[in-house]
Design a protein around this ligand. Structure first.
Ligand code: DQQ
Length: 578
């Protein structure tokens, strides 16, 4: 009863006070008054995660300035200290020694200067020579004009870097100087140092409401910045590029390299969070440091349904950092709610989680990135269950029992031993868009080789579930492997966004096993196909498959038998997530 009256009060407040939202050139809506509605002192427990990072209450979005300093990992994030919708943004701050368990600190950067008085938005950390961290971040002024500002630690002997001091020279970069669109000028990257002794940094921008770009600025002293004549890269019809990221990746092996590394052993990754699509797209290419130009290796880049994505589900505003302690590059990303309704978020008192940090490296063929949850997450695994190689018969569903299915880590590999004739043919003239194909051919649509995969967060009677699966198509003399996450049956509630996600997985299922790993955590499922070649994150809100009532199944809804060549599942312990 209390919950219902709360919903009505909130709906009333929304219509009386909120009066909808204001358009703002950022990826979030600016609410007239809702951003001030206090969250309950204890956030509603339902759907809160056990090992995915989230603050105790209120709104969280982008990860900011991740870094390691004196052996301590730092995560800053966009946070509304007052409410469960976007607004009043500060840099909240947590630290960790393992990227899994986190300790919370007071917000590190809060509005205080004319150039950030309306919000301290996204930015990045750079480790300056001598190991001194510096943060470049976007500030919004009273008119929501955007500027780039600098903050430095007050006390370098404090490994927790609790206090930050803003530069008296702020803002260091202003839109007016360059006649830039002041409402599309944000999110500085980690800076890199060229062989000429000048720092370079990128800032996201959009020109004439269509051309997205990564503006380039150079500086000798990290304080005085000059815009270069040409952006590092730009592309027509891609809209605003939020949270750009630019970094080298080793052409061989899984080790990461520091952001200023150049030379024949590396290629470069340019990532943009496309505001128009709400997805993180990346491309691999070469960087000419003398001309400060980036050349992508493939024409397919950024949006329009083509181009590579970090994650083909819900994942945005991500950022990488070089972890010098473990010689790896680590990727962090924000996973928004799929509630589709801020009233629900306000009632719950919280919104937004961070994905599990992922190690990221270049695939052996050099054409795409591979991502895998950082190894430290495996410390949470407990009570392993497994199964020797077995046949998964056509039309069968098998329960994986013995794990807490609402909080689990599952690794499964499938094998097919069949000839290409046994696979479905992609309908000539039909869609080849993987997300459309997954929507048309969901988990319950029978196929030949597939759909097979996992039903996660499933009710006992399998009325409610999220299906993560593969479907193999004949493509000439080859196979095409489609990976899908079908949320259509994930909740009996109609209000949620249940978009089905899909992507093609670049592997040959006759030569390689089709592997799938799912990190399941109450209301989030992070799926890794083909050893991390395709990642797909879903937010789901089951009404039956909650906590102890959740089940896990393997299924094969095709006409062909397949093999489960290996299966291991673990219950996951709770992490200290704040
Ligand atoms: N979020 C920040 C902006 C960024 C956007 C504001 C991306 O700096 O462009 O909270 O989610």
């Amino acid at each position: 009863m209390a919950a219902y009256s709360n919903i009505w009060i909130l709906c009333l407040m929304f219509s009386v006070l909120g009066n909808g939202f204001l358009p703002l050139e950022a990826s979030h809506h600016a609410y007239r008054n809702l951003h001030l509605i206090q969250s309950a002192s204890f956030a509603n427990h339902s759907y809160r995660t056990a090992y995915h990072f989230q603050p105790p209450k209120n709104w969280m979005n982008d990860p900011n300035g991740p870094m390691i300093y004196k052996g301590i990992y730092h995560l800053f994030y966009q946070y509304n200290p007052k409410s469960a919708v976007w607004g009043n943004i500060v840099w909240a701050h947590s630290t960790s020694t393992d990227l899994v368990n986190w300790e919370s600190h007071p917000p590190a950067i809060v509005p205080s200067q004319a150039s950030d008085i309306n919000g301290c938005w996204s930015g990045s950390a750079t480790i300056l020579p001598g190991g001194k961290p510096a943060i470049l971040y976007t500030g919004a002024d009273f008119q929501v004009k955007q500027y780039q500002n600098l903050a430095m630690p007050k006390n370098l002997s404090d490994p927790y870097l609790i206090e930050w001091v803003k530069s008296p020279y702020n803002p260091l970069m202003s839109p007016a100087q360059e006649r830039l669109n002041a409402s599309s000028f944000r999110d500085p990257t980690t800076a890199w140092l060229g062989p000429d002794g000048h720092w370079r940094v990128l800032v996201g921008n959009e020109r004439k409401h269509v051309r997205g770009m990564a503006l380039l600025y150079r500086s000798k002293d990290f304080v005085h910045w000059q815009k270069a004549k040409h952006p590092l890269f730009s592309l027509q019809n891609t809209g605003m590029w939020e949270c750009p990221d630019f970094y080298p990746v080793s052409i061989r092996g899984e080790n990461g390299v520091d952001t200023s590394v150049l030379g024949p052993g590396v290629k470069f990754v340019l990532k943009a969070s496309l505001d128009d699509y709400k997805h993180d797209y990346y491309t691999i290419g070469m960087y000419d440091h003398q001309r400060d130009r980036f050349t992508p290796e493939t024409a397919e880049f950024l949006g329009n349904g083509s181009g590579l994505r970090y994650d083909y589900g819900k994942y945005y505003a991500s950022k990488t950092f070089f972890d010098s302690a473990k010689n790896r590059r680590v990727l962090l990303g924000w996973v928004n709610e799929s509630t589709g309704n801020s009233t629900i978020d306000l009632l719950r008192g919280w919104a937004g989680v961070q994905a599990i940090p992922r190690k990221i490296w270049l695939d052996a063929f050099g054409k795409q990135l591979v991502q895998w949850p950082v190894e430290e997450i495996e410390k949470l695994r407990t009570n392993q269950v497994g199964q020797p190689s077995t046949v998964l018969k056509a039309g069968s569903v098998v329960e994986v029992s013995g794990v807490t299915a609402a909080q689990a880590d599952v690794e499964i590999s499938f094998g097919v031993s069949t000839v290409v004739e046994n696979a479905e043919v992609l309908k000539p003239g039909g869609s080849t868009n993987p997300q459309e194909l997954c929507s048309q051919k969901g988990a319950s649509v029978n196929g030949k080789l597939g759909p097979f995969g996992l039903l996660v967060l499933a009710s006992k009677d399998i009325q409610e579930f999220t299906a993560v699966f593969f479907r193999i198509f004949k493509d000439g003399n080859k196979f095409s492997v489609l990976m899908c996450s079908d949320q259509t049956r994930s909740s009996t509630q109609l209000v949620y966004d249940k978009t089905t996600y899909g992507a093609f997985l670049d592997i040959d299922p006759l030569k390689q096993k089709l592997s799938l790993r799912c990190l399941i955590d109450e209301s989030i499922v992070e799926s890794f196909g083909g050893g991390g070649k395709v990642c797909m994150t879903s937010r789901v809100y089951p009404t039956m498959a909650i906590d102890g009532e959740a089940h896990l199944y393997a299924f094969n809804n095709g006409t062909q038998n397949i093999w489960i060549s290996s299966l291991s599942a673990w219950s996951m312990n709770k992490a200290r997530i704040n």
